[in-house]
Design a protein around this ligand. Structure first.
Ligand SMILES: [Zn+2]
Ligand SMILES: [Zn+2]
Length: 155
């Protein structure tokens, strides 16, 4: 696996990630439910930004709950810091699993709302280490979102 892509590859297996997220939610008083676990598992397996509709229609969740419930669950998980919301507005919101030590950088079209992961070496990682050292921070992380017009929208 090329060194330049290391930050896009998962650092832990799916069940480790799900267990971490569930434990964190439970510490903060959230009840563990089958739907919560399935939602986390789907996001951990896919490891890419997913829309509410796609999540709600997934096989694991469609049989468990309706889209409104999935949405409320997403908001709760976001508040716990175990998933991240991306995108510009409600109708084109995406959600992605947020696991410590793993990060994704994105390119988002301000016109059509399309989102792409930037599969390039991330220059901010070196800066991140330096900032951590300088300010004495542990578990430091960053996330980048670039905005612009995608080729299709430029026409
Ligand atoms: Zn576009
Ligand atoms: Zn980055």
């Amino acid at each position: 696996m090329p060194e330049t892509h290391h930050h896009n590859h998962p650092t832990a297996d799916v069940e480790t990630k799900v267990a971490w997220a569930v434990a964190r939610c439970r510490e903060n008083g959230l009840r563990r439910t089958k739907a919560m676990e399935e939602l986390l598992r789907t996001l951990a397996v896919e490891n890419r930004p997913m829309r509410l509709a796609e999540l709600a229609e997934s096989e694991a969740l469609a049989t468990q709950c309706d889209p409104a419930t999935v949405y409320r669950l997403l908001l709760r998980l976001e508040a716990q810091g175990v998933i991240r919301r991306l995108g510009l507005h409600e109708r084109s919101a995406f959600f992605i699993f947020l696991y410590p030590g793993e990060h994704h950088d994105f390119l988002i079209c301000t016109d059509c709302g399309k989102i792409e992961e930037i599969g390039m070496a991330c220059p901010v990682e070196a800066l991140e280490n330096e900032v951590g050292r300088k300010f004495g921070y542990q578990r430091i992380y960053h996330e980048l979102e670039f905005f612009g017009l995608c080729p299709a929208c430029v026409g």
